[in-house]
Design a protein around this ligand. Sequence first.
Ligand SMILES: [Zn+2]
Length: 470
Amino acid sequence: MPPRPEGQRRLRLEITVFFAYCLIFQQWFLKQSMLRRVGFVVGLYLAITIPLYVAFHSNACAVMANGRIIAVAADENIARKVMGDLVKFKTSEAGRPVDVLEKIKYKGIRINQQDVLDQEALREELASALTFKAKGAAILVNGEQKVFLKDIQDAEALLAWLKTVYPVEPGDQLGFKETVEVVETPVDLENTLDLATAQRQVLLGTNKIVEYKVKDGDNLWDIARAVKIDLDQIIFTNPGMDPENLEIDQVLYLSKEAPLITVTATRETTVDEKIPCPVDVRYDDKLLLGEKEVITEGVPGEKTVTYRISRENGFETGREILSQIVKREPTTEVVVKGTITMVASRGGSVRLAWPCDGDIVSPFGMRWGRMHEGIDLDASYGSDVVAVAGGTVVSAGWDGGYGKQVQISHGGGLVTRYAHLSSIEVSVGESVDRGDVIGLVGSTGNSTGPHLHFETIVGGVPRDPTNYLP
Ligand SMILES: [Zn+2]
């Protein structure tokens, strides 16, 4: 027979000792008087029940939201009263019935009295921990609830307002690019916006609205650079603003987000247009590339065209020809064009024209640690800027720090740029001749005063324009 394990032997010993104590206790108990025996039993009972009573009897009321304690009141009546008052207050504040979203329960608990909240603290605690919901309306964009308002009327007013934000042309059919719906739904009071705030949220794409108040000496380009937001985006989110005439104290809304809803406008329009003359080109190696001589003047034709023009948030996005009627065919123009390229002519006798009258006030080269990629010509505001040679307009519009600018390609890899213009007189694709007015001197973009910034770009690399000027 194997020896018994140590544990079993120990247990047997402990049981034996326990029974021995019981026997000693019984001997002692039976020797006592009846009074002492009763006293002992009562004493033992109290010693067990009092701590149990204290441990399990509640002295406060916990307010539970979705099974979690959010506050402790002195008792359930007080908790219910404070909750009722709070809902009543929220209801009068919202002007319509308000409910608490969470499931509320009251439960007796035992707690240190100093942890019980007084009525005011209880109300604050409940107000911040709970979500109050009321009947309201949501605007759904592509099926997603994006904006919450107090009612359908506000939601519909917002959508109607949105259609008036961007310029509307006669005959425009207005709509939204996204699927936009309005639904009646319980809304969280905290996320419910008043109409004006909701309008800005839709326009700026966010409810984190940053306002900027224009200061004396500000220009839009500097503001855009300082807040690191695209200049076009600022123009986009502030419809009706004139980028060149900011007023002091004017408020700009800044956002990096796109508008939540895109307003589409479609219209059909019928216009009379000229049909450009077909050009019969002959080449002459004694003329500068881009220059031309007309041998036979052509007569443009005439046509009536019906377009369907689409715009999104005011910007044209499509122009579809629905029909066109030719009223008169054009006649052919015969021209002679030069073939000498500017690069080949460097140092030779062929030179560019001056783009405007004025002295060079800032030369080509390093300036303030940065490369100045052109020359600045001192010229008065509004004076003519002309094409320095014949060519085709390849860019005409706002371009960052250049402000309003025009680029002309003269062939042979030569492009000239005219920047900070106050107005542009040509459009992309247009042919220009040497000496044609292409714009007026101004101070748009990163400019401290009226001047013309002029660049000659050869094969994509800016070169010193004075090499090509007379
Ligand atoms: Zn410059």
